[in-house]
Structures are given as structure tokens and as C-alpha cells.
Ligand binder design. Sequence first.
Ligand code: PAF
Length: 283
Amino acid sequence: MRIIETVAEMQAFSREARREGKSISLVPTMGFLHEGHASLMIEGKKRADILVTSIFVNPTQFGPTEDFDAYPRDLARDRNVAETAGVDIIFAPKASDMYPRGFQTYVNVEELTLPLCGASRPGHFQGVTTVVAKLLNIVMPHVALFGKKDFQQLAVIRRMAADLNMDVEIVGMPIVREADGLAMSSRNAYLGPEERRNALCLSRALATARDLFLDGERSVGTLRDRVLRVIGEVSGAVIDYADFRDGDTLEAVETANGRTLIALAVKIGTTRLIDNCILGEEQ
Ligand code: PAF
């Protein structure tokens, strides 16, 4: 496994690989890798000759009061996870190389970024789409893989790739959970033992709503009440949003069907966690 630290070297590598007829897959990450990332890498390895993962804590997707400085970083540990998962190249650029002096171009997806995390984190998705567009231009992958835990992010990136005619296949991969149901996230590292227990209210609320749906309940009002009740039972859990949306358009729905998305963002202490499910999909 090789580590590439500059944009110029990464582009030269990918250009040469493509010239030799090799296919490239990309797993973009912000590091502090866990089994969720590893699952993307293992799939990425199957889909191309060369697997690249980027590790870059992207400053433009964090708001001024968010956790950019505190975001967990551990490149030594990430190297091990990546190597075990079959990564060929880690691309770990510096912020000054990604956003040099004079940088002033941003990618903005409209409607899809308005609700959910877009409403709570103004500017977040513009930072995500801009850095992902840059990573796609730098690494030039044939396929790029993203986790469905960031469901809205995946939808926004798919939209961007389609709207801008990007010559890349965007693949969404299932959420990977701890044995007790907690969705894997680098931010889980912030949780103390009691918060870790409390954090289970997200997956519990989703499972409760899904069970009700499978028993025939279709009223979003009723399903939402149950979600709110399950989360409300946990002291120290503060709901940012608990939304029922169409899984394709992200428009709000009042009647649930198999493509309905339940999207949650809940603060456990000071840690904001997200989780989601599509009601008709196997979990
Ligand atoms: O999901 C993430 O880790 C980030 O938002 C991404 C896609 C790597 C862009 O910085």
C-alpha cells in the first residue's frame, strides 16, 4: 500500500493507471476508519483493479461551531484498517493543497440539500459536494462508494454526478452496525459509556417504527409518535430531526410505503448522531 500526499502525484498516478487500461475505485473518507469504511473498501476492491481511499478531514463541510478541530484523527491506525481491507493507495492531501490561496469555486446541489442535515448544518453539503467533485477529478475513479448511513449525502452526490455528467458510477453500501444496533460512525468515539448506551435509542426507534410498519401501520403521524416516544424515554437525547421522507426525492410524506425513509439526527450529550432506515428494506 502506498500513501500519496499531493494532488499532483495522485492525478499523475491515476492518469498513468488509466492509460494502462486499469480501473480505479475510490472510497472517500475523513479517516478514523471503522468497519463501515472497511465494508466500502472490500466492495471497492472487488469492483476495480486499483482501490484508492482518500483520508481528508474536509474543513469546508464543517460549520464554524462544529467539531472540525476535535474530529478524531489517527493515520497510523487508519493505515492498518485500510491495508487489511485491501487498499492500494491512501490519498491523504493537505488542506492547503486541496484549497490553495485564491480558491473560490463551489458545487451546490439545490432542493435535495434543503431538508434534514442541510437545514441543521447550513453550508455542509456545499462543502461535501465540492470536495467530492474535487476528489473525483483528482483520483479519476470508475466507481466511487459511499455509505447509506449518510443517506442524504449519498442522494446529493448521486444527483451531482448525474447533473454534471460525471463519468463515474456511484455505489451506495448498507449501514454497518455494532452488535447492539448502533450504526458505526467515527463520531461514536466521542461517546462516554452512559452516552453509548443512550445512543441505542436511534436504532431502537427505527426498529420500533419498522416493526409497526411491517404490522401494517401506514400513518406517518402514528409512526412518528412512536419514534419520538422511544427517543424521549432517554434523558439527554435531544432530537434535531425525526423525519419521514420519500427515499428517492427526500420530499416529506404523510403515508408510509416501502420506499419511505425515516431519517434521524439526535444529540446524545454533545455528540450529534444520525441514523436512518428505508421501511421496506431488509436491515
Ligand atoms: O462521509 C464522509 O466521510 C465525508 O462527508 C466525505 C464523503 C468523505 C466528504 O468529505
